[in-house]
Design a binder for this molecule. Sequence first.
Ligand code: GDP
Length: 297
Amino acid sequence: MAFENLTERLSKAMKNLTGRGRVSEEDLRATMREIRLALLEADVNYDTVKKFVANVREKASGADILEGLNPAQQVVKIVNDELTTTMGEEAAPLNKSPKIPTIIMMAGLQGAGKTTTVAKLAFKLKKEENARPLLIAADVYRPAAIDQLEILGRDLEIPVFQLGTAVNPREIVRQGLAKAAENKNDYVFIDTAGRLQIDDVLMQELKDVAEIAHPDEILLTVDAMTGQNAAETAKGFSAALDLTGVVLTKLDGDTRGGAALSIRDVTGKPIKFVGQGEKPTDLDVFYPDRMASRILG
Ligand code: GDP
């Protein structure tokens, strides 16, 4: 289960306060120490943890809270609110173009779940809005990526545009967009190449694709299981590309929670969706408040 360690640690930290009519500054300090350790162990970014703890401490200390009714409950609420704020407060909806098609460019490191996410998101829109998406296969370095998209498209009955691996991504995107205009597709997804790590060649290619496509969304997929590295990756991509949001994948396998808690703070970009499994239906809108409740157990 996602976040189980963090949930357990936080609940233990806050148990120290429950049942007490009065909570002293010293009790609060001890609890904050535990919360800080729980977050660091969950692999949350160090600066994010520092800010988090300072904000909670500031809101919780003082006579109103500590000597008021149910101080423990109030501290839990403050922690809950701060978790929500750290993760972005509100759900961030997909940017849609006023005229069709809405163009969604996907970026991410190899293996992060980019191709799977393209299919999941296109399928979600097809189901929920009766949308007619077109998927453009622009990862020309991994022939398997094109095949993978073709297979997913066939299974989900979503058309895929591809020109194999011999044509450059800019040309594929140009022709793919022309095809979408001809077919009046309302959404276009561009599956771009990934690499094992960020490099200049990759970034230049993504910039070129973005320049041609003028996407309404540039969504970065990052793997939640990489913890705060996911946030660092997002920061790296964000420096080169005008990212509009992040899709956090593999949350089903993430027992720590560091990525979900760090990304928004480290990059300033909202997490828009979370992948919670390998099936096409395993993609959900990211709600910071619900995630905060889930983390608190
Ligand atoms: P890409 O290289 O970024 O295009 O990555 P892929 O889309 O090929 O995904 C890499 C692997 O991660 C595949 O085996 C996917 O099934 C798996 N994957 C993607 N998203 C999720 C997710 O949310 N949960 C789980 N458990 N696996 C996922």
